[in-house]
Structures are given as structure tokens and as C-alpha cells.
Ligand binder design. Sequence first.
Ligand SMILES: [Zn+2]
Length: 170
Amino acid sequence: MEKVDLCYKCKKNKVSGKGADFSFVHLGMQIKIFKWSGLCNECAKAEWIEGFERDAKEFIEVVDGKPKVNWQRYREHFNTGEFYGQRERLHSLLKDMGILSYEAKGNWEIVADGPIGLNPRSEVSYLYFTRQEDVMEFANLKYCNTLYPWEIRHIDEVIPRKEVIKNPVY
Ligand SMILES: [Zn+2]
């Protein structure tokens, strides 16, 4: 007989046992998350909303399903490094909300001479802005007094190494 796994949290709903992408709507916003195996859709959604309320809500105003980030407040709150853990969790939530991304293609970056990327970084990755309004405001607030030059770039095309190197020489 096939073994049926139940969600480890609610112990009611069946789960597939495999991680998967999962989308839902919260406050009119389309949220996309990666759901770990063992957790049902309802519990995954509830967990995300709990995290949003705790770590993100104070920085975000949602109008007609469109999230607006208060980067001024972000800057003040995370200035000292004291709330490093919350900053990491907020970055992850902003990624789920489609505001930040690990993907360069089609997204925005602040670049100083060098070139050196000035976008936010998470523990695991460098992050790109998906919306022009966010990168403009973030740059204005954080880098307005720098003595070095920088600019904002939109990344149109990204070709991965394996597509560039057709005949690798070992
Ligand atoms: Zn559950």
C-alpha cells in the first residue's frame, strides 16, 4: 500500500513529498514561493504571511495589490547591522513578492566605477531590482553622498558561460 504523508504542521492535509513552486495571492499581491516537501499549501501560505507580518509589513504599503517599499525606513532600520537576521528574511520576502531577484536579466543594478555592484546582497546571493522605481529610490537614499561615481544599469541580456564556450579545451 502506498504510504500517504501528512503535512508535518497541521497533520491533516496530504503532501506530495516533493518541493515545488507555489503561488498564492496576499493583499492582492501575487506571491511566488518555493514550498518545501512535508508542508501543505495552506500551511506554507500561513507561514509566509506570518513572516511577512513580522519582518516586512512595516516597510511595505500595498495599494491595489501593488507593493510600495519604504526604502527610507529600510535604510534607517538596517543601518547598524543590528537587525541582520530580519534584513535577510526581508530580502527573501521581497524576492517572493517579485521586487528583488537573483536573476540579472531584465533587471536593474547600481554600478560604481570598477565596476563594483552596489545592489543589496543576501547571505547567499547578490540581488537585482526588478523595478526601476525601487533602484532609483534605493540609490538616491544610500549613495547620494558618495564621492565616487556610479550609475544605474538595466541588464538586457545575460549569456551563461556554458553557452559562450562551445568547445571547451581541458
Ligand atoms: Zn498543513
